[in-house]
Design a protein around this ligand. Structure first.
Ligand code: SF4
Ligand code: SF4
Length: 425
């Protein structure tokens, strides 16, 4: 059951970051670039320690032919390997590159019309450039190929809604590179054989409305809803038949098709009251988070650091973690949040706000009591992790997390983490 009044009114904390020019961090001294993501994705290094690599030069060849290669995001010297436990990506084996030259970040003139490329050539360009869609972390060429092969959407939407409080990186990219994003979106649609494209914006806000004026009205699909989360995102007549893509992925595809440029940089909002100034930054992938926080004047009083935004972000403490494709927001907060988690008081607020019509308290109770056979009927797998139930819970229970875990287990396979204590009773 969906109800337009569900969700919560959203207080926006985007501040002045969207109004400032994008700040380019081109002088980071060191980057960490993953050759391996756990057991799932692996690249074979093609350079040795102390070799010099150019920005955009090859660092690793994929072991799986369908996978993307790894490129250096700075010009520098290979300085060994580092193993990192990343809260979003798990165990990473990273190639370390120390930057040696200052680099100018300048857009080159267009050497060719990307419109001349065929769908197959566009998909090959996305793969060659190593583009990862920041919306879902999926490799763009795989996404486009799968749309071209199966269940082709009726409409491709570049999702720039950013409904959570702090993030404005998609807005900044659209504001400064709007035309290129639009061309990239159309190229993506051409590659996958999708007949219609739109840029998805939450036009309830004046700032967005002004920015949207740079586009033809037919290029925009505006959402007026002011509550979080935002649903009903699809244009009339295309419901359930839309594909979604990030604006950074569109820009990267445009650059790959027009210049043959690898996807080496990302755009990330760095915001929060523990910073002197919030900014949208352009950073080479692999840049340590510390560099981004320093560029925004991080103070000593920091109580909470999040990768992602306030409702769905993941807490972290290690500031040397690299910024990787898919990370589009960092939040640094000053005021300590000392919420004591209490027992559920059965108030039902979590169910009242859930835009998927779920019963979060009941799901979490059955999950905690291991009543798995009675879990499936509550359909926890429908949860999209929007975090609204956690935000409204007066007992400060991390209930969204419990519902997501219950959703993972509802398929019938239960994985129990017994922990080390099971072997040390
Ligand atoms: S996190 Fe899941 S259960 Fe909680 S409000 Fe969002 S969709 Fe509903
Ligand atoms: S909002 Fe919190 S306290 Fe209220 S029913 Fe849901 S889990 Fe229980």
């Amino acid at each position: 059951m969906k109800d337009a009044k569900r969700g919560i009114p959203m207080i926006l904390e985007k501040g002045s970051a969207p109004n400032r020019p994008i700040k380019v961090l081109s002088d980071v001294p060191r980057v960490y670039l993953p050759l391996a993501y756990g057991e799932e994705r692996r690249c074979r290094p093609v350079v040795a320690d102390y070799d010099t690599v150019m920005r955009g030069g090859l660092l690793g060849q994929p072991q799986d032919a369908e996978d993307i290669a790894l490129y250096s995001t700075v010009t520098g010297v290979v300085a060994g390997m580092r193993h990192i436990n990343h809260p979003l990506y798990g165990q990473l084996t990273c190639s370390v590159v120390d930057r040696i030259l200052s680099e100018e970040t300048q857009e080159e003139p267009i050497p060719q019309m990307p419109d001349d490329l065929s769908p197959a050539e566009l998909i090959a360009a996305a793969k060659q450039a190593g583009i990862v869609d920041e919306l879902d972390g999926v490799q763009l060429h795989a996404k486009l190929q799968s749309w071209a092969d199966f269940d082709t959407p009726l409409c491709l939407l570049a999702d720039a809604i950013e409904p959570e409080p702090y993030q404005s990186s998609a807005y900044a990219v659209l504001k400064y590179y709007g035309r290129q994003v639009l061309i990239g979106l159309r190229l993506a649609a051409k590659a996958a054989g999708i007949p219609m494209t739109r840029i998805l914006l939450q036009t309830a806000y004046t700032r967005i409305r002004k920015m949207a004026m740079q586009f033809d009205p037919n290029d925009i699909h505006g959402i007026r809803r002011r509550r979080y989360p935002v649903f009903n995102k699809e244009p009339a007549g295309t419901e359930g038949r839309c594909g979604f893509i990030g604006v950074q992925a569109c820009l990267a595809l445009y650059r790959a098709a027009a210049f043959g440029t690898p996807h080496t940089d990302g755009f990330i909002t760095v915001a929060g009251d523990a910073l002197e100034t919030s900014h949208n930054l352009q950073v080479p992938f692999g840049t340590p988070i510390e560099e981004a926080l320093t560029a925004c004047g991080i103070g000593k009083n920091v109580s909470l650091l999040l990768i992602g935004d306030a409702l769905t972000g993941v807490e972290f403490t290690d500031r040397s973690l690299p910024i990787l494709p898919g990370m589009t927001c960092l939040v640094a907060l000053r005021d300590p949040i000392n919420y004591r988690v209490r027992s559920c008081i059965g108030c039902g607020q979590c169910a009242a706000v859930c835009h998927k019509g779920l019963l979060p308290y009941e799901i979490s109770k059955r999950f905690e009591n291991m009543q798995y056979e009675r879990l499936a009927m509550l359909e926890p797998e429908d949860c999209d992790g929007c975090g609204v139930c956690t935000a409204v819970c007066p007992a400060h229970r991390p209930i969204a997390q419990a519902v997501l875990q219950a959703g993972d287990s509802a398929g019938g396979t239960i994985f129990v983490d017994w922990g080390d204590d099971a072997w040390n009773p």
